[in-house]
Design a protein around this ligand. Structure first.
Ligand code: CAA
Length: 389
């Protein structure tokens, strides 16, 4: 009999500030309907000067450690495409900030927005080998495009932390997975750039190709039929993309692409992404959080997950919602993580965007801005300094 392994807990954090798309539209003269309707975004999270992927990740993971303790966590997998070091895993800083046991393996994973799904699947493999252990999977990213580029409207920042283990309280992850890899240059960030490069229309096309490719493989591997799924959590670089993807999947499978049916399958997964913006590898799991927080009872129902990471690697898999999941949700905390953000005007956002972390090798303190539990205090002797507030 196969073991029941999956997501036992899920918690997220986002940045200190928020820029409404109305402010971006007023600055660049875009008709607001393009943002609100055309790409389906209302606002985007903006990290404070003293926040980064580590502080967001620690903030997301701390409530999980507080609830479950750390005794069974023997692995931390940190997925990101906005890494802060070429050698050291951002997860080691989080391990230290959270006081996790030294008997832990910690590693960082990268494949654009797909990284967290690789982390989840690898975590399941580890738990299969040693069912007593739990794995802390963290997805944390700051999405940054060049100012005044089309991508500027699709930025954001967030971290999702998930505890993966046996007999999960939220979602049991199933076999098989549908897999797809294609060598495309739709979106990438060379080491010498702080903002991503993207061919917007090519990236949308590459995503849709990956939807087809993963579904084809998922079906060939003996996966569920499309009509069995109660909802679909897609990677959401902007929430309209989930609608495009699901319409494409229905078309590919020969189904009607009725707008109400698409909204029924996707609608409850977009609430957090629409106000947080693109959180890269965390985004598909923010979709899951929004779905579980809002939907009527999903007990026993299969959810489809489509994880896409530019470049590109994608995976389609299913998860079944577990009885009693509603008592374990963090709905209030999730809403508070969004509501606590302070709105910034366009000038303040632009100033934060243009800041870059010092690269001159000197010692620099970071301005105190965040009101979150952890902060990046500065850099000293080429070492990032983190502190608990
Ligand atoms: N009212 C309503 N809708 C409007 C409108 C208005 N006034 N004006 C325009 N629109 C609609 C357009 O018709 C279009 O809709 P469709 O896509 O359904 O045709 C939509 O708004 C967007 O308009 P454009 O295509 O003209 O927008 P753009 O050229 O400014 O670029 C973008 C949009 C390509 C998403 C750009 O923001 C971008 O490059 N973003 C980054 C790349 C990205 O997110 N790619 C997604 C796939 S890659 C991926 O998923 C990995 C990842 O995380 C990056």
């Amino acid at each position: 009999m196969s073991l029941s392994i999956g997501i036992h807990d899920l918690s997220f954090a986002t940045g200190e500030f928020v820029l409404p798309h109305t402010a971006l539209a007023a600055y660049n003269g875009t008709e607001i309907g393009k943002y609100h309707v055309g790409i389906g975004q209302e606002s985007m999270s903006v990290p404070a000067a003293d926040e980064d992927i580590v502080t967001l990740a620690a903030t997301a993971a701390a409530p999980i450690v507080a609830r479950h303790g750390s005794e069974r966590i023997r692995t931390v997998v940190f997925a990101t495409e906005s890494s802060i070091d070429q050698a050291k895993s951002a997860g080691v800083y989080v391990h230290s900030l959270l006081g996790l046991p030294s008997a832990t393996r910690v590693v960082e994973l990268k494949q654009a927005c797909y990284g967290a799904t690789a982390a989840l699947q690898f975590a399941i493999g580890l738990v299969q080998r040693d069912p007593a252990q739990q794995v802390l999977v963290i997805a944390s990213d700051v999405s940054k495009y060049e100012l005044d580029s089309p991508g500027e409207a699709t930025q954001g920042a967030a971290a999702v932390a998930m505890l993966v283990g046996m007999d999960p309280a939220l979602v049991r992850i199933e076999d098989p997975s549908g897999l797809f890899t294609a060598d495309v240059m739709d979106f990438w960030r060379p080491n010498y750039l702080s903002t991503a490069l993207v061919d917007g229309q090519e990236s949308i096309g590459a995503y849709l190709q990956a939807v087809e490719g993963t579904w084809k493989d998922y079906s060939e591997q003996g996966g569920r039929a499309l009509e069995e799924f109660a909802a679909f959590c897609y990677h959401q670089p902007f929430t309209k993309m989930a609608y495009k993807a699901h319409r494409h999947l229905l078309n590919y499978c020969g189904y009607d692409t009725d707008s109400d049916a698409i909204a029924g399958a996707i609608g409850q997964t977009t609430a957090y992404n629409t106000v947080i913006g693109n959180s890269y590898t965390a985004s598909v799991y923010l979709g899951l959080a929004a779905l579980l927080d809002q939907a009527d009872d999903l007990t026993g129902k299969p959810i489809g997950f489509l994880s896409y990471g530019s470049g590109s690697v994608a995976e389609f898999f299913a998860g079944t919602v577990v009885a009693g999941y509603r008592e374990r949700l963090r709905t209030e905390a999730n809403r508070e993580a969004i509501a606590r953000r302070k709105p910034v005007d366009y000038a303040a956002y632009r100033e934060l965007h243009q800041r870059s972390f010092p690269t001159d090798g000197g010692d620099h303190a970071t301005e105190r801005q965040t009101t979150g539990p952890f902060r990046l205090a500065g850099i000293s002797g080429h070492k990032r300094q983190y502190e608990t507030r």
